[in-house]
Ligand binder design. Structure first.
Ligand code: ACO
Length: 331
C-alpha cells in the first residue's frame, strides 16, 4: 500500500498586525488579561481583498513551490475552514478557480479546529486506495469579519486571527516515511458549547434582524467547559496514536497541537511529560487560526529547523463539535 508523504508546505499570513493594545482601543480588555489567559500577543487581520479562498490559494502556491509542482499536477483539493467565503458553495471550489485548475475534485471539510487533521486523514485514505497521487490540503480562516469586536464580544474576539496554511500530500513507495496512523473523534452532545447559532437552516426564516440584535450571529464559547475537555482529549488522542504505532512520548521529536490557547498547550505538554521545545507554539503571534493553525505551524517548524527528515511528528487537535483528532507521521 502507498504511503502519504508531505512534500510541500506553505503559509500565508495577512499583513495587518492587530496587537492586544489595538484591541484595547476597540473594547474593554487589556493586554495583561489576554496574555495571561491565552498567551496571545498579536494576531493578523485580513484585508478586504484577502478572502478565505484567496488566502488559501496564496498558501497553496507556496506549498506547491516547495514540492516542486505546478497547480496542474494536483489531483484533488480538500479545503478546511469554518469561515468560508459563502454559506455555499464551498471555498475549495473558489480556491480551485483562483489556482486556475478547473475539473479536479474539490471538497470542503467543516470540522473547525480539527478541520485540517480531518482533511489530511481523508486525503491519506484517497492515496492509500490509489485513487489520487497528489492532494492539496488547505486550512484557511478569515475570522476577523465574523467577530463581534466590541466589549460584548470580547471573550471570543480576542482569541482569533486570520491566516492560511497548505500542504501537498503525495503517494510514496517509501515504507519508512509518511503518515503512520491516525485517529478521529467527535462528540456531538457538545455542539452548543462552541458554536455560531445563526444564521442557519435550523431557524425559520434562515436569517432575520432579531439574530443580529441578539448577537446569535457571533461565535459563542463556554470557555471553561472547552478548556476542561481540551486538556483531557488532546493528550488522550496523542497517546492513542502513539500506542497504535508502537511508540511512546519519548520517541516523539515534535508535537504540533492546534494553537487554541497557550494554557491548553501547557497543560497538554505537562500531561505528555515532554520538554517545552518538543511542543510547538506560535499562538503569541497569530492567535487561534482554527483550521489554518496546524499547517501554519508545520510551515514555521520547518523554517525553524524543528522538523528534519526522519523526525517523528504528531499533529493533534481539539475543537468545536466537539471534535478531536491526531495523526502521527515520519517526516
Ligand atoms: N478582556 C477582559 N476581560 C474579559 C475578557 C476580555 N477579553 N473576556 C472576558 N472577560 C472578563 C469576564 O467578563 C469575567 O468578568 P467577571 O469576573 O467580572 O464576570 C472575567 O473576565 C473572567 O471571565 P472568564 O470567562 O471566567 O475567564 P476565564 O478565566 O475562564 O478565561 C478563557 C476565559 C481564556 C476563554 C478560558 O475559559 C479558556 O482558556 N478557555 C479555553 C477555551 C479556548 O481558549 N478556546 C479557544 C478556542 S476553541 C479551540 O480552539 C479549542
Amino acid at each position: 500500500m502507498k504511503k502519504s508523504v508531505i512534500t510541500g508546505v506553505g503559509r500565508y499570513i495577512p499583513e495587518r498586525v492587530v496587537t492586544n493594545f489595538d484591541l484595547e482601543k476597540m473594547m474593554d480588555t487589556s493586554d495583561a488579561w489576554i496574555r495571561e489567559r491565552t498567551g496571545i500577543v498579536e494576531r493578523h487581520f485580513a484585508s478586504a481583498e484577502d478572502t478565505t479562498s484567496l488566502m488559501g490559494a496564496k498558501a497553496a502556491e507556496k506549498a506547491l513551490s516547495m514540492a516542486g509542482l505546478k497547480a496542474q499536477d494536483i489531483d484533488f483539493i480538500i479545503f478546511a475552514t469554518l469561515s468560508p467565503d459563502f454559506y455555499f458553495p464551498g471555498s475549495g471550489c473558489s480556491m480551485q478557480a483562483h489556482l486556475g485548475i478547473p475539473g479536479i475534485g474539490a471538497m470542503d471539510v467543516r470540522n473547525q479546529c480539527s478541520g485540517f487533521i480531518y482533511s489530511i486523514i481523508t486525503a491519506d485514505q484517497f492515496i492509500k486506495t490509489g485513487m489520487y497521487k497528489r492532494i492539496l490540503i488547505v486550512g484557511s480562516e478569515r475570522h476577523s469579519s465574523g467577530l463581534n469586536l466590541t466589549t460584548e464580544g470580547r471573550d471570543i474576539a480576542v482569541l482569533f486571527g486570520d491566516g492560511a496554511g497548505a500542504v501537498v500530500l503525495e503517494a510514496s513507495d517509501d515504507e519508512n516515511r509518511g503518515i503512520l496512523t491516525s485517529k478521529l473523534h467527535a462528540d456531538g452532545q457538545y455542539v452548543k458549547e462552541l458554536w455560531v447559532q445563526n444564521p442557519g437552516s435550523n431557524s425559520i426564516p434562515f436569517t432575520n434582524h432579531a439574530m443580529v440584535d441578539d448577537g446569535s450571529i457571533y461565535p459563542y464559547m463556554n470557555g471553561r467547559y472547552v478548556f476542561k475537555h481540551a486538556v483531557t482529549n488532546f493528550p488522550a488522542v496523542i497517546f492513542e496514536v502513539l500506542a497504535d504505532a508502537g511508540y511512546t512520548t519519548k520517541d516523539v521529536d515534535l508535537v504540533i497541537p492546534h494553537q487554541a490557547n497557550e494554557r491548553i498547550t501547557e497543560a497538554v505538554q505537562a500531561r505528555l511529560e515532554l520538554p517545552r521545545e518538543k511542543v510547538f507554539r506560535n499562538i503569541d503571534k497569530y492567535g487561534n487560526t482554527t483550521a489554518a493553525s496546524i499547517p501554519i505551524a508545520i510551515s514555521e517548524a520547518l523554517d525553524e529547523g524543528l522538523i528534519k527528515q526522519g523526525s517523528l511528528v504528531c499533529l493533534a487537535s481539539f475543537g468545536s463539535g466537539f471534535t478531536w483528532a491526531a495523526t502521527l507521521l515520519r517526516w
